[in-house]
Design a protein around this ligand. Structure first.
Ligand SMILES: Cc1cc2nc3c(=O)[nH]c(=O)nc-3n(C[C@H](O)[C@H](O)[C@H](O)COP(=O)(O)OP(=O)(O)OC[C@H]3O[C@@H](n4cnc5c(N)ncnc54)[C@H](O)[C@@H]3O)c2cc1C
Length: 436
């Protein structure tokens, strides 16, 4: 008789539309596992943490919510506090696991873990299911190695078909039974002290779906999406999409439904267009693996960067000479969220005005963003630094002009005290060493 199935939750922290759960339903015994890595809270190679306080709280809420939902079906979420490799190894050995089912992850580290597990346990069956993307890899109209080098080319190919996401799967009504002897090490993610704008878990995601699609907001998204402050100017689904409390296919279907029942216009199309951006970066991360983190990007381009510690500090805390950048960084630090427009501006300032190594900016976003997603974050940073999927090369924004368009009345900059925190750049000659 085969051993139990291990369902390793990563970026699919939900019951709804979860192909990994669906694949595990035929198991006799099931172990639901999430791994909390000690390294998330320790300084990484950029002297930053990969899990900052905003996302930590959001994750804690998400895990609580998932555990509650699993308990209603007689299951529970086992938490382990170790590296994924050691956690999976010990659970496989302790419980005699015969199969691991998990989400197909775009992160190269997660994929290396699965490879290492496969070589430690050659008889183990490992299934990776597309839980984090709209499409399964076999649906794409090209081999992954031939992923178009620009988003526009990608979009044209997927829209030409037209390629439709598979129908979202309903949440299960029952699950295989659990293994009682396997104990969860109780892991309390430390520090809950943060202002919370997003409520973690499927419950929060469903509430935002209902709120957004019962309003007229989707019908004006294209006109409002460049806002800088407030809840309604954009859809705000990113945080739930990032840790998988919300499935991208479910969101796509809700847009379809809105188009069928309320209105289909340029704005509703633009929401899908943005989800295709997300999709592109997911496959970009799958395609280029660890090159996602390379300073010179996947195509070996030269970035325009050096490293100045004082400037980096000023950017992180929002005390640069640029009011709009300060405002956005202070908003990020206070809330864990920043609009797409502001992300582009602060990244442009980081690379072009401050002359910094873009990877440090990406690592700071990783620490601070409540919606951090490995593919979207590092892919967008590469793009803006001119070493990624942008056929135009560098994108330098005129900060004053952008502020006059997108913060015409200055209210965003005033709210977050961008002007009050303006400081000239310290003299950096001493630190001026070239990296590239
Ligand atoms: C430097 C930089 C770093 C970024 N890092 C992240 C990140 O770590 N995680 C993340 O989810 N998004 C990231 N983005 C993309 C984008 O800024 C956010 O997805 C968006 O602001 C989230 O708010 P929203 O859900 O209201 O977006 P909406 O404008 O309502 O868009 C709807 C959805 O489309 C997707 N989307 C929109 N724009 C992009 C984009 N440029 N790239 C990829 N997906 C997109 C998101 O899933 C978003 O939830 C980054 C952008 C930049 C410029």
């Amino acid at each position: 008789m085969p051993g139990p199935t291990l369902l390793w939750f990563t970026n699919n922290l939900r019951l709804d539309d979860n192909p990994a759960i669906e694949a595990a339903l035929d198991a006799e015994k099931l172990i639901c596992l999430f791994v909390v890595e000690p390294s998330w809270s320790r300084p990484n190679r950029y002297s930053l943490r990969s899990l900052g306080s905003h996302r930590r709280l959001f994750l804690q809420q998400t895990l609580d919510d998932l555990d509650n939902s699993l308990r209603q079906l007689g299951q529970r979420l086992i938490l382990r506090y170790d590296t994924p490799l050691e956690s999976l190894t010990s659970v496989v050995q302790q419980a005699g696991v015969s199969r691991i089912v998990t989400s197909q992850h775009p992160g190269s580290y997660e994929r290396q873990t699965l490879k290492a597990i496969a070589s430690r346990f050659p008889h183990l069956e490992i299934l990776e299911l597309p839980c984090h993307t709209l499409f399964a890899s076999e649906q794409l109209p090209f081999e992954l190695e031939k992923l178009p080098e620009s988003f526009s080319a990608f979009r044209r190919k997927v829209e030409k078909q037209p390629l439709l996401p598979r129908t979202a799967i309903e949440a299960p009504t029952q699950l295989p039974s659990l293994i009682s002897k396997l104990e969860s090490k109780v892991v309390e993610l430390p520090s809950r002290e943060t202002t919370q704008y997003f409520s973690g878990g499927e419950k929060g995601a469903r509430a935002q779906l209902d709120y957004y699609f019962s309003s007229s907001l989707p019908a004006s998204y294209k006109e409002t999406r460049n806002g800088l402050d407030g809840w309604d100017y954009s859809s705000k689904f990113s945080a739930w999409l990032a840790n998988g409390a919300l499935s991208p296919r479910r969101l796509w279907q809700r847009i379809d439904q809105y188009e069928a029942e309320v209105v289909a216009n340029e704005s509703t199309y633009w929401l899908k267009f943005e989800l295709l951006w997300r999709e592109y970066f997911q496959w970009y991360a799958h395609r280029y693996a660890s090159k996602l983190f390379n300073q010179r990007g996947p195509f070996d381009r030269s970035p325009l960067t050096t490293f100045y510690p004082e400037r980096f500090k000023a950017w992180c805390e929002g005390s640069t000479p640029y009011p709009i950048v300060n405002a956005a960084m202070r908003q990020l630090n206070a809330t864990g969220y920043m609009s797409n427009r502001a992300r582009q501006l602060v990244a442009s300032a980081f690379v072009h005005e401050l002359g910094l190594d873009w990877r440090y900016g990406a690592a700071y976003f990783e620490q601070q963003l409540i919606d951090y997603d490995v593919a979207s974050n590092w892919g967008n940073w590469q793009y803006l630094a001119g070493v990624g999927a942008d056929p135009r090369g560098h994108r330098r924004f005129d900060l004053e002009k952008q502020a006059s368009i997108y913060d015409a009345d200055g209210s965003f900059t005033a709210t977050w005290q961008g002007r009050e925190h303006c400081h000239p750049l310290p003299n950096q000659d001493y630190y001026d060493w070239p990296v590239a």
